[in-house]
Write a new protein. Structure first.
Lengths: 154, 788
């Protein structure tokens, strides 16, 4: 067992976890943060992306003990109460959500992108998203949404 | 609230489920937990064909937390009524509801493909179930296996199913005219083989289901199934339960694309729940999802076509062999689609076609968006370009000369085609891609012995359908109820499944528009067999056309009820009343009106019910699409970069243009994967899937293709809700042939095997360079003489 102290969506918490507990299972099953989706458990699809210290990581490739001392943001941490993050608003408005299973991971990747690059080009958005599969292939609308969110957050 | 001053149908209303999906509160099946729930996992066979001698459960049952192992040894004793079933959930639709050779049996004692479940392991935790399933000791007696269709048809091939002589899973022929005579008269006769791949839906949500046993001996099943009512009938039938004892409910669905148009984990979880009397969650890993759920049928087309000097097909002879995989499932339904689609789009006077499906000891083939369409289109549409090239005709013109037109009969309905947007799709798509400019350049390929990058454009088109009404043996039903509550809020009960397609949103739009009430007041129920009328499910581009019509009719009936009652109150003729914002007014007499809420509340107190029930009439509507691709081919590596994709589609009426664009874009991108990378590869020695992971099965990413350009054409069909017809599938059908034709245009090389990997493209280019089978003096400068 390992002790994990971390900040998840702004909240400091402490937990005992098994040494081999995956971060995605820790978030979903131990903390009840079910918004993080698990699509492959092999680090390819990006559905389970969360921000760890501001960078998007595959929570299925991270062990929960590795989150010790870290700041984690999941999709639940993007909005504040009823106040949606500009990316979330833009995803709704642009029709960027189809089945929605990839959406949380893509929002996380997009947030990391906009945090570093507030005005990405279409090409930069497409490159940034290359690690997130969307099998509904809503990429056109997703790019629109991310670029609109970039403008509206200015 | 926005009152219906402006039309709701045709507006870009945000999707009703988008908010819960972006904040993460939406619940997919794996997010559900029930009190006392335990976990099931499946143990799977490593052999393609084997008899099970013994399942040794002792050591697995000794592992901590393991409760139960169901296998062919104990299941018949525990569930004696358990029968065979059709995973496609069509068994109850068959004449006499009989079982057929190739139907499935839960944990049978004979195994017919690698990855077939041999046992259900139930444990207190998912981890314990995974561990026990992985280490379960099974003693197999391996049997000789048939790993492809060529082996399957050999006389000495082992027979995979009793009753399926020669491993034939299905066979259909169609002939018309005199093919021999027409071939003799043709300007050019071409004969080619085309092969398509085993594409996987690869929906992002891994297969999972949750089952709760009920006190009446029945079960409630939460599953991302695409047709809860069909699932209910097949589950009830196989477990010997009444329909009221099986309730099937959709949570949010994380993509499906055909994977959920049949049973996967559900029967195993139901069996485990019935035996343990505990709620069960059964998950598949991504690997299990790829190898243990059904894929698109691989097919081989041997086609011979005679073309006239204008590039029209005079005669088509075809022998098509589909790989059904190890079980029957959807094969009897996909097979006629392949046959029909070879002749649906064009007037071909002389045909002699035979499609045969063969069983093999490989993973089962089944439903995938397009359902036979992509296979047929790849072969036929590429053949058309080869023919047009041989007679030196623009392939777009060749198609335009032979395409079917309004007034023609059509493959899926006796009703002739009323309206067709095909011409518009062809024209607008060609303009958008700059067809005439591209093709007039006679193009980049002067001689094919150079290195470097070549560009080309190619296209394809198709006539498709809206549902399966009119198809032999098919049941295509949609019902809906609409209830207007006293506060004006409205509940639509429909089992049309939202796979991410936005159907719950478009149904709400149709209801709001038909009623004249704001969209915000309308809610569409979950797809829950406990509260919805029968619906055949989300497949075959049917949901909007069929369920939309049912909702429209139900809403109009509810509206009639309201207006009839209001007419009494206002002492007017119901025909003179209309909705005007939140009031009901007498036409031409604006002073005579009543507040809608007053009418509804008063009616409620008097026992009036403002409800409607609707069903969709048994109609089908043709839909049309054309697609254009621009490619760059690297002559040294065979690499293909698709630089533009223009998809034009006639959807009748875009109830929600944003959703329609999303459907088209998604279909094309999946079609691009079919064209370039996707194929579940089976080891010819062992029958094992060699690329059963997302790392190895290559789904395209955002960086792999161009953003798809969409052109939405609206030639309304008189039988569709507000003119709408099917929209989900046509565009996935056309990408592979459009890309193949663009490669042909760019290089003179014909790639007739999917996916068009760099190796295959390079081999085809070298064939041109070496003056091999594709010897032509160079692209469009062809001399018109064909090869037989």
């Amino acid at each position: 067992m390992a002790e994990v102290r971390c900040v998840v969506n702004g909240e400091l918490l402490k937990a005992e976890v098994k040494d081999d507990r995956l971060l995605c299972d820790f978030l979903r099953e131990d903390l009840g943060l079910l918004g993080t989706r698990v699509g492959c458990r092999e680090g390819v699809c990006g559905s389970c992306n969360v921000l760890l210290g501001g960078f998007p990581v595959r929570s299925c490739l991270f062990l929960a003990p590795q989150a010790d001392g870290e700041q984690i943001t999941t999709v639940e941490g993007l909005s504040e109460g009823d106040h949606l993050h500009p990316l979330q608003r833009a995803f709704i408005d642009a029709g960027a959500v189809q089945c929605g299973f990839c959406t949380a991971g893509i929002l996380i990747t997009a947030k990391a992108l906009l945090d570093r690059n507030p005005e990405p080009s279409e090409h930069e958005v497409l490159e940034a998203l290359a690690g997130n599969l969307c099998r509904c292939s809503a990429y056109g609308k997703i790019v629109d949404a991310i670029r609109k969110a970039a403008v509206s957050s200015k | 609230m926005t009152w219906a001053g402006s039309p709701i149908v045709g507006s870009r209303t945000p999707k009703v489920d988008a908010a819960e999906k972006v904040v993460g509160t939406g619940r997919y099946v794996d997010d559900l937990s029930l009190p006392g729930m335990v976990y099931a996992r499946l143990a799977r066979s490593p052999y393609p064909h084997a008899r099970i001698r013994e399942v040794s459960t002792e050591s697995a049952l000794g592992q901590p937390g393991v409760r139960l192992i169901l296998s062919s040894e104990n299941l018949p004793g525990l569930l004696p009524d358990l029968g065979p079933y059709d995973p496609a959930c069509h068994d109850f639709e068959r004449e006499g509801a009989v079982s057929m050779p190739g139907d499935f049996r839960l944990v049978d004692s004979t195994i017919r493909h690698v990855g077939e479940p041999v046992a259900v392991v139930v444990a207190d935790s998912d981890g314990a179930a995974v561990e026990a399933a992985a280490t379960l000791e099974v003693d197999y007696e391996p049997l000789p296996a048939v790993l492809d269709v060529d082996q399957a048809r050999l006389e000495e091939a082992p027979q995979i199913h009793q009753g399926a002589e020669g491993n034939v899973a299905g066979n259909l022929r169609r002939s018309a005219g005199d093919v021999e005579a027409a071939l003799a008269e043709s300007e050019v006769v071409l004969a080619h083989r085309f092969s398509t791949s085993r594409q996987k839906q690869a929906q992002l949500e891994p297969t999972c289901c949750v089952v709760e046993p009920r006190r009446d001996g029945g079960v409630t099943v939460w599953t991302p199934h695409q047709a809860p009512h069909r699932a209910r009938r097949t589950l009830a039938r196989m477990f010997g339960l009444g329909l009221n004892s099986v309730r099937v409910v959709n949570p949010l669905i994380g993509g499906a694309f055909g994977k959920g148009d049949g049973l996967t984990a559900e029967p195993y979880a139901v069996a485990a729940a019935l035996v343990t009397r505990r709620p069960i969650k059964l998950r598949y890993s991504r690997h299990e999802d790829l190898v243990g759920t059904e894929a698109r049928h691989p097919a081989v087309f041997d086609l011979t076509a005679g073309f006239d000097a204008k590039g029209r097909i005079l005669a088509l002879r075809g022998r098509v062999t589909m790989d059904a995989g190890a079980y029957l499932s959807h094969t009897p339904r996909v097979l006629p689609v392949i046959l029909t689609q070879l002749t649906a789009t064009y007037r071909i006077p002389n045909v002699d076609l035979e499609v045969t499906a063969l069983f093999t000891n490989t993973p089962v083939s089944g439903a995938f968006r397009g359902y036979g369409g992509p296979q047929a289109a790849f072969a036929l549409e590429h053949l058309i370009d080869l023919g047009a090239r041989a007679v030196n005709v623009d392939p777009l013109e060749a198609r335009d000369r032979m395409r079917i037109r309004t007034g023609d009969s059509w493959g899926y309905s006796r009703r002739p085609i009323d309206t067709s947007g095909l011409e518009e799709c062809l024209r607008l798509g060609a303009e958008a891609i700059g067809w005439s400019g591209h093709r007039a350049k006679e193009l980049w390929p002067r001689a094919c012995d150079q290195t470097g990058i070549r560009r080309g454009v190619g296209m394809a088109c198709v006539v498709w359908k809206s549902g399966i009404a009119g198809k032999a043996g098919a049941v295509d039903q949609s019902g809906a109820t609409v209830v207007v509550n006293p506060d004006g809020s409205t509940l639509v009960a429909s089992a049309a499944c939202d796979l991410g397609t936005g159907i719950k949103t478009t149904l709400a739009q149709i209801c709001a528009e038909a009623l004249g009430l704001p969209i915000e007041s309308v809610r569409v129920t979950e797809s829950d067999t406990g509260v919805t009328p029968y619906d055949s499910g989300a497949h075959a581009s049917r949901s909007l056309y069929r369920a939309g019509r049912a909702v429209e009719r139900a809403a109009l009936e509810a509206k009639r009820e309201i207006l009839t009652y209001a007419a009494d109150l206002l002492e007017a003729d119901p025909g003179d009343l209309q909705f005007d914002g939140d009031r009901i007014v007498v036409r031409g007499a604006p002073d005579r009106s009543a507040a809608l809420f007053d009418v509804l509340e008063r009616g409620f107190r008097e026992g009036r019910r403002f409800e409607g029930v609707g069903t969709a009439p048994l109609e089908n509507a043709p839909s049309f699409a054309a697609q254009f691709a621009e490619v760059e081919v690297d002559l040294e590596t065979g690499g293909v970069r698709v630089t533009r994709l223009v998809a034009a589609q006639d959807v009748g009426k875009a109830i929600n243009p944003t959703i329609v664009e999303g459907q088209i874009q998604g279909a094309v991108h999946q079609g691009l994967g079919y064209a370039l990378t996707e194929d579940l590869v089976i080891d010819p020695e062992t029958g094992t899937v060699l690329n059963g992971s997302f790392m190895d099965y290559r789904v395209l990413t955002s960086a792999d293709g161009p953003l798809v350009e969409t052109i939405v054409v609206e030639q309304g069909d008189p039988t569709g809700p507000f003119g709408a017809k099917g929209a989900g599938e046509p565009s996935i059908i056309l990408t592979a042939p459009a890309v193949a034709n663009a490669i042909l245009h760019a290089t003179g090389a014909s790639v007739r095997k999917l996916p068009m990997t760099p190796e295959r493209v390079l081999a085809a280019i070298r064939g041109v360079k070496l003056g091999g089978e594709q010897a032509e003096p160079g692209a469009l400068a062809g001399n018109g003489s064909g090869t037989v």
